[in-house]
Design a protein around this ligand. Structure first.
Ligand SMILES: [Zn+2]
Length: 226
């Protein structure tokens, strides 16, 4: 983030559509922009449960727990979606998280970059912390089912799928959007292509490693094959 002291006058920040007042507010009020907290009520609810349990016993605690009670469910171990479906959903959503609006880059493109710079941009197949570049953890897209199959959503319908970043997907879990107070962002229209426009050239420059894997992904992402 830009320290306040660096900003000595109203900066030229380009067209007004950028959101001049928002930027100025962010710069003048604080040096950093805070990550918004999760907007569930879990801490307050759980405090109420513990207080009721201590004060009035098991039944009172259970009563306080009812609004956030979570019934165990079997989440079907499902086969992963075909690459072609993933590619279609990512492309439809302009490679942007439909929950937080973050720009995303398909994992195979970052894996390819990692093959060129294994020390500076490491990748571990199990995404082990310490062995995987943070961009791969925060900027890889996945397909999220808006209404999870465990809650009656259609696993196969593209209409029930959105592009999401890993952090949003992990915050969402298998909860419905209404429970989280979330809604889907409209599809971004800023021309972001997830760097798929560079995929084919990067593949060549990298020496065409794992050719079958990358060619399959290039086809799915409709990247131009060399
Ligand atoms: Zn996100």
């Amino acid at each position: 983030m830009i320290p306040v002291s660096v900003v000595t006058s109203v900066p030229d920040i380009g067209p007004r559509s950028v959101g001049r007042s928002e930027i100025l507010r962010a710069v003048t009020i604080d040096t950093d922009i805070y990550v918004p907290p999760p907007d569930d009520e879990f801490p307050e609810r759980i405090a109420a449960v513990i207080e009721a349990l201590i004060r009035d016993g098991i039944a009172a605690g259970a009563e306080a727990l009812r609004p956030i009670a979570y019934a165990r469910r079997d989440i079907e171990r499902r086969r992963s979606l075909p690459r072609s479906v993933l590619g279609t959903v990512f492309r439809r959503d302009s490679f942007t998280c439909r929950y937080c609006g973050g720009r995303l880059i398909p994992t195979p493109i970052m894996v390819l970059l990692s093959s060129v710079y294994p020390d500076e941009f490491p990748f571990h197949p199990n995404r082990k912390g310490g062995l995987t570049h943070p961009a791969i953890l925060s900027r890889s897209p996945i397909v999220d089912h808006v209404i999870p199959g465990s809650r009656g959503g259609d696993w196969r319908s593209i209409e029930n799928m959105v592009t999401a970043c890993w952090p949003c997907n992990s915050r969402k879990g298998d909860l419905p959007l209404a429970r989280l107070g979330w809604r889907r962002r409209p599809i971004a229209d800023d021309g972001w292509d997830g760097l798929t426009g560079h995929y084919a050239m990067l593949f060549q420059v990298a020496g065409e490693p794992k050719a079958a894997y990358h060619r399959a992904w290039m086809t799915a992402l409709q990247a131009v094959l060399p």
